[in-house]
Design a binder for this molecule. Structure first.
Ligand code: NAD
Length: 305
């Protein structure tokens, strides 16, 4: 295997890169930014020395073509998050949709075996039953441009499989937390861990229940998916620990007692389902171990304090 990770200096990408490097698999991070602060947080010097970096802008077909040359597998994560897409819809479409098409085209050009890309729970809207876990076949109902762009990618992947035989797996993370999660709408619970660990106050703007997914666990799912036998265009939900923001803060207080005075949260639910059913993902890839919320928060607090 020779794996390229687009957006590899992001949260999931940094974890996926170091986990692959620990296995001795050649891995190249492709990112527009050369800011490697997340990789520095999760990988030591020796591990980082085994991870290559190529600077490329996903909106440039020529740069993506060059960056994917020699790759056998691609984990495509590069994207702009919800607030950036809201602030700059054209850039959001260019990176999140145009960039994905560029990756698919480059994969076809180089005969790459398997592409795994990040979709999102944002392809769904709130459920009529607010406590329901959504299945993979729930109709799209995005409430943000970001979610709409992810729907466009899922539909494009279907057409690339049908017309060109490109094999892809899309994974839909929910609310990642953990070391390296420092931007995007659902990064606030991780920011609360960082703040509490440093004795600072922090307010999480929302409440309700969310599917909390520990960043390295999500990276392991991406790695398992890219290793799977290529087969058409599939998309799967990820589950993680479905818990309320209140339960998350309570678990944080167990690890950092000062959080009781420092961390507050709002009441409004986000416009997402509370969590996802991941049974079809597990049926295809098998079970992967999952970090409990308590352990994930403790490990994050240790690394971010
Ligand atoms: N973090 C979550 O909770 C979550 C939830 C659902 C889906 N996702 C999806 O998972 C993927 C990875 O998420 P993350 O949290 O690691 O993201 P992140 O924001 O931490 O990292 C994104 C990376 O993409 C890079 N990037 C942005 N524009 C680029 C461009 N034009 N060319 C090349 N690189 C570019 C950034 O420099 C950054 O390193 C994204 O596609 C995201 O939409 C994340």
């Amino acid at each position: 295997m020779n794996v390229v990770i687009t957006g590899g200096f992001g949260c999931i990408g940094a974890w996926a890169a170091v986990l692959l490097a620990r296995e001795g698999i050649p891995v190249t991070i492709v990112d527009l930014s050369d800011d490697d602060h997340r990789l520095r947080l999760v990988a030591d010097d020796e591990e980082r020395s085994r991870i290559r970096y190529t600077k490329a802008d996903l909106t440039s077909q020529a740069e993506v073509d060059a960056a994917l040359e020699g790759a056998t597998h691609v984990i495509h994560l590069g994207a702009l998050q919800v607030p950036f897409c809201r602030a700059n819809p054209r850039a959001g479409a260019a990176v999140n949709v145009g960039g994905t098409i560029n990756v698919f085209e480059a994969a076809l050009m180089h005969g790459i075996e398997h592409v795994v890309y990040a979709s999102s729970v944002a392809v769904y809207g709130p459920m009529a039953d607010p406590m329901a876990l959504v299945g993979d076949d729930t109709p799209f109902d995005p409430r943000t441009l970001y979610g709409g762009y992810k729907v466009a990618n899922e539909l494009a992947a279907r057409v690339y499989a049908a017309e060109q035989g490109l094999a892809t797996v899309g994974l839909r993370p929910h609310t990642l937390y953990g070391p390296g999660r420092d931007q995007g709408l659902t990064s606030q619970p991780t920011q609360a861990i960082a703040a509490a660990s440093k004795g600072r106050a922090f307010h999480i703007d929302y409440g309700g229940s969310l599917g909390f997914q520990y960043a390295p666990d999500v990276a392991r799912w991406f790695i398992a998916a890219v290793r799977a036998e290529p087969d058409g265009a599939s998309v799967y939900n990820l589950r993680g620990s479905v818990a309320s923001v209140e339960e998350f803060v309570t678990a944080l207080c167990e690890v950092v007692p000062a959080a009781r005075e420092l961390i507050t949260h709002g009441a409004d639910r986000l416009d997402f389902p509370i969590g996802c059913d991941d049974s079809s993902l597990r049926a295809r890839l098998g079970d992967l171990p999952e970090t409990s919320l308590a352990d994930g928060i403790a490990e994050t607090a240790r690394l971010l304090s």
